[in-house]
Design a protein around this ligand. Structure first.
Ligand code: SAM
Length: 340
């Protein structure tokens, strides 16, 4: 096939131009020897453009043998060809969550009959171990969902890596969202050395362990789900921590009186955290910070609710942000607020 042989020192410059003008054939490999680099051209290369390029670099187009490049689909759609409409696939792709070596996706009811094809495609595309789909919404006090096996190995326990931390979990028995990684790192940045922190709804310890990984803080991680507490213990062992995490199983309402007043309270239970606000405010030291989360369409409502409960204590909003989208028009808001 047609290609260009060019002396090594000029190769990069030529390659950049060929790519920019879409003249380099990416289905074949660029190869080189001691002195030269050989670049494959697309079949219907632009003769006029190539003429100027050949003059500029003082090279010729000749016949060479090139090795085919390994085809690596970069897009989930490539695996499904015409089996599912592009629009449907885009929807499924957006719902992808990868937790450790498990892929979890959403399949709309009208595509139920094609779920196995979709599962196999997701397995190939992601090269992970197992694929499941969401069989229910997140529900109940433990905030978990039913998952149905689609492809790969049917094993729901996995280790998820995030910023050098390892979280072991089973996504059908405990809550965990990889989409909160940025939020976790934001809270880690807020924490000062030697803080006493209570995470009211700690799950497998994702916030406490992220903090204790880098900050010398004392963190109590409370959760009502025994499975979450089991994993929190395991995750403490799995990671090297500079801070101290104490898992506590039970309803925060029954545990709070046994805990010291806190410099910071984390409340990531966005649907119902508001019911625990009074308990939290009463347990916060003067000048302590509340990391409060709520589903809302308007950030002002979130701030007002906390201010109202904290009244007459003075408050200072340190930050309010959209953590993620919950449903059309509704956001998972994160509020960091200091309470005197
Ligand atoms: C949305 S999850 C958040 C878990 C964790 N903070 C995270 O972000 O990964 C909420 C957690 O609160 C726990 N929970 C719900 N009600 C509780 C209560 N009254 N006391 C303690 N934990 C509770 C659930 O079991 C669940 O693990």
């Amino acid at each position: 096939m047609k290609g260009i042989k060019i002396i090594k020192k000029d190769a990069n410059k030529l390659r950049t131009k060929l790519i920019k003008e879409k003249q380099l054939c990416t289905e074949y490999k660029v190869h080189s020897d001691e002195e030269f680099v050989y670049m494959p051209l697309i079949e219907d290369y632009d003769k006029k453009y190539m003429e100027t390029l050949l003059n500029e670099f003082n090279v010729n187009i000749e016949d060479y043998t090139f090795t085919p490049a390994q085809y690596r689909p970069t897009n989930f759609l490539d695996f499904l060809d015409d089996k599912i409409s592009k629009k449907d696939m885009e929807e499924i792709r957006k719902s992808f969550d990868v937790i450790g070596d498990i892929v979890i996706l959403e399949i709309p009811p009208e595509l139920e009959s094609k779920k196995k094809i979709i599962g196999e495609a997701a397995l190939k595309f992601t090269k992970r171990r197992s694929v499941y789909y969401k069989k229910s919404k997140i529900q109940g006090v433990t905030r978990t969902r039913k998952l149905e096996f689609l492809a790969g190995v049917d094993d729901l326990e996995t280790i998820h890596k995030e910023f050098g931390i390892r979280f072991k979990l089973n996504p059908s028995t405990v809550y965990f969202s990889p989409r909160l990684a940025t939020e976790r790192s934001r809270i880690v940045d807020e924490v000062k050395e030697d803080e006493v922190i209570i995470d009211f709804f700690a799950g497998i310890g994702s916030f406490p362990i992220s903090i204790a990984h880098v900050k010398k803080a004392k963190i109590y991680g409370v959760d009502i789900n025994p499975e979450a507490i089991k994993y929190m213990y395991e995750n403490i062992k799995l990671n090297k921590l500079v801070g101290e995490v104490t898992p506590l199983e039970g309803d925060i309402n029954n545990i709070i009186d046994d805990l010291p007043l806190a410099d910071r309270i984390i409340m990531n239970l966005p649907g119902t955290a508001k019911d625990f606000l009074e308990v939290a405010v009463n347990h916060l030291k003067s000048g302590g910070v509340l990391n409060y989360y709520e589903f809302s369409s308007d950030y002002k409502n979130v701030i007002e609710r906390v201010k109202k409960i904290a009244n007459p204590r003075k408050t200072e909003v340190l930050d309010i942000r959209k953590v993620k989208s919950q449903s059309p028009g509704v956001w998972h808001f994160g509020l960091s607020i200091k309470i005197e």
